[in-house]
Design a protein around this ligand. Sequence first.
Ligand code: HEM
Ligand code: HEM
Ligand SMILES: Nc1nc2c(c(=O)[nH]1)N[C@H]1C(S)=C(S)[C@@H](COP(=O)(O)O)O[C@H]1N2
Ligand SMILES: [Mo]
Length: 327
Amino acid sequence: MLFALVSAFITGSVVQAVGAPTAGRWLAATHGVIGLAVLVLTPWKSRVISRGLERRNRGRTLSLILAAITLIVIVTGVVHTTGLLSRIGPFTVLWWHIAAALALLPVLGWHVVVRNTLPRPLDATRRNLLRLAGLASTGAVLWWGADRAISLSGLPGTERRFTGSHERSSFDPTGMPVTSWLDDTTPTIDPSSWRLTLSDAAGSRSLALSDLASFPAVEVTADLDCTSGWWSRQIWEGVRLDRLVDAGEARSVVVRSATGYARRYPITDLGRLWLATGVGGESLSPGHGFPVRLIAPHRRGFWWVKWVDRVETSSLPWWVQSPFPLT
Ligand code: HEM
Ligand code: HEM
Ligand SMILES: Nc1nc2c(c(=O)[nH]1)N[C@H]1C(S)=C(S)[C@@H](COP(=O)(O)O)O[C@H]1N2
Ligand SMILES: [Mo]
């Protein structure tokens, strides 16, 4: 169970980090299979639980809280997948799923330590490996059944993207949710005083909006896929970064927001990143990044930096950053 929960946590996080269709589809399915395998273990676990409850172990309440959190994680996972419900209170169902999974980790750690059952090397016997295979296939059957049930009943989840996200307001930018990663709020930016600072092999310079407008802009149809569980396809208008940036010997490029939010990309991405000033034929709305935001079609939403005011190349590799933003 420990193994299943930890693997579920890891695969869930990796699904959120990855933006590539082939890997993504398999990852999401694997995550679902592992998550449902936790359910398969309940009959065995329920015996351990009743024994533990009879013994009146100290710290029982926290174990029961652990059980409640686990249930929430699995139920929100399945509900998100069906697409039946998009939000609970202020947050999306997937947001609750992730929050509950994050809360689960420390409580699970405590439980395993207090009940003194850390995994032993002895546990990797042939018999247990066979059991593991049985568990994985039962999880897979459940996942497949859930997936078939969702399609057959025509639930919204049938249409979900390979990341598990549900479609929202495509080709209607005004209906597209305004989202921030954690705590960013929409800044008020005066377009006449806004400047883009570029720092690269050609030195440092600053562009006004009118300067940016003199670069060739193109339309890019791209899917913004937020890790809170929705995606939206829009026609963006912007300047490709390799038209603005002189890569030189740099290994990465950092795109910064006026709010301080920033991401670092491999330098080879310059040809597939755009600085957008418009969407759906209009300029960006403040919430969606006015005056300029990044379009990163092959990446998850948190890479689409809004309110960009600085782009700089760097000699560091792109992975010198937290895998997920910290603000
Ligand atoms: C999310 C997963 C889990 C839940 C919801 C859960 C829940 C519980 C509950 C409610 C009890 C009975 C009350 C108590 O003794 O505290 C219990 C007992 C116990 N659990 Fe867990 N548990 C989980 C995972 C694990 C894991 C991963 C291990 C070991 C690696 C483990 C080992 C034990 C042991 C040894 C007992 C005591 C049994 C006894 O006294 O005979 N549990 N668990
Ligand atoms: C203990 C940890 C976790 C468990 C037990 C778990 C379990 C589940 C389950 C049962 C599903 C539904 C699968 C289905 O109905 O086909 C699911 C879906 C999902 N979970 Fe988790 N999860 C965990 C952690 C996470 C984390 C940490 C993330 C992200 C950071 C995450 C992201 C997702 C996503 C994106 C889906 C939708 C996949 C799809 O629609 O195909 N999960 N999870
Ligand atoms: N500056 C800044 N840019 C940001 C974010 C943020 O919090 N701050 N959130 C990102 C996330 S998580 C997503 S999904 C998209 C959402 O874009 P939207 O609000 O235009 O839908 O913006 C990204 N860009
Ligand atoms: Mo997001």
